[in-house]
Design a binder for this molecule. Sequence first.
Ligand code: CMC
Length: 439
Amino acid sequence: MSSSNGSITISIDGTNKSMSLPLLSGTEGPQVADIRKLYGQMGIFTFDPGYGETASCDSKITYIDGDAGVLMYRGYPIEQLAEHSDFIEVCYLLMNGDLPNAAELKEFRDGVTYHTMVHEQIRRFFDGFRRDAHPMAVMCGVVGALAAFYHDNLDINDAEARRIAAFRLIAKVPTIAAMAYKYALGQPFVYPKNSLSNQPQGYARNFIHMLMSVPAEEYQVPEVLAKAMDRILVLHADHEQNASTSTVRLAGSTGANPFACIAAGIAALWGPAHGGANEAVLKMLADIGDVKNIPAFISEVKDKGSTTKLMGFGHRVYKNFDPRAKIMKESCDEVLAELGVEHEPLLEIARELERIALSDDYFISRKLYPNVDFYSGIILKAMKIPTSMFTVIFAVARTVGWVSQWKELIEDPTQRIGRPRQLYTGPGRRDYVPVTQRG
Ligand code: CMC
């Protein structure tokens, strides 16, 4: 819980109105001014489009220090988790607050494994989609449709019901993601193979098995792919109150069905400014097409009149470096070397863009560094995952973050429906004029 520690006084210039705002301190990070009584006492709201300065909740899950390039899940630095842990253990950590002992980890893994299959009726949904439907559209639809299977008997105020909903989501989202991929290819759906789940990086192995194998042939999940996928999942598992997580919390604050809330998160993630950036990076590299076209592209990015952005660069919070990108870059170099991808033309464009952007004053002065999606897109491409699946993989990873944040919200006795205010700038009061009298 946060503690109250000091206060700040604000006053309205030219009046004798003033009030003291309590300052709250968390475990880490800057103090936060508590403005909950501001309107009641002063009659004013605060204005913060994009919520850049506003804490919308207190949370014990993830901490980011954007200036120092720090990211911690439940206090554990992301670098240590990426090196020593694996995704299923990180899921336990995010959901439960501490690392599990061996028995707890086994029970948790078995719980997730138990729920990996989807109701056979869900297969039928896929027939309604065109084969060329974007898999993120399919994800929004099918994950949201899980609410139709788990609604009437799901009481979100019951801890056991919340726990089972969480297991179902973490377990079924990769199965649905792989089904979306197989449907686009016209290949049969591959069922989860639970013997894979007990191995290190088991969640990632099972996911790759469902993506890559076909029933007619033997398939061994390559070690390099299992490790790379697991690392991508760990690095994307949670990221405090970003756009999609805030969407899940906002939807959850109304008491909505958790499967519908996660579908809302998937929709918010899809945009190119957020999780859609990994797909947008590859599209950008393909559009540039050749290293010789980079100077013209960079000029376009810098042109104030253009909307072109250097995708995979910049972050709302990280202003020195993105710690996930640092780990992902190392992983990227390893994976490319192991897969023998040395002279991939898109990679050459990526390396040159990275070099220019890190030395060009436009990007330096605006603190625009490569973010996690710049490198994850390159790794996924080398793994022969189609571009349209990149954001889907982000959604698979982030589901545990969304679920953990949703549980924290529902379990917070002080939580209220999320309902921002606004600064109204439309017309003042005016009277209705019948259509015959309008000019
Ligand atoms: N390329 C070129 N210019 C940029 C970029 C970019 N990628 N990002 C920001 N800028 C410029 C922006 O035009 C502005 O310039 P000026 O001060 O001259 O008006 C300045 O940098 C500050 O940008 P901002 O719009 O205030 O930054 P923001 O915090 O609102 O946006 C962002 C953050 C991530 C949405 C943005 O940097 C962006 O769109 N990046 C590209 C998309 C991307 O890679 N997104 C993935 C983020 S990491 C994955 C995740 O966590 O979702």
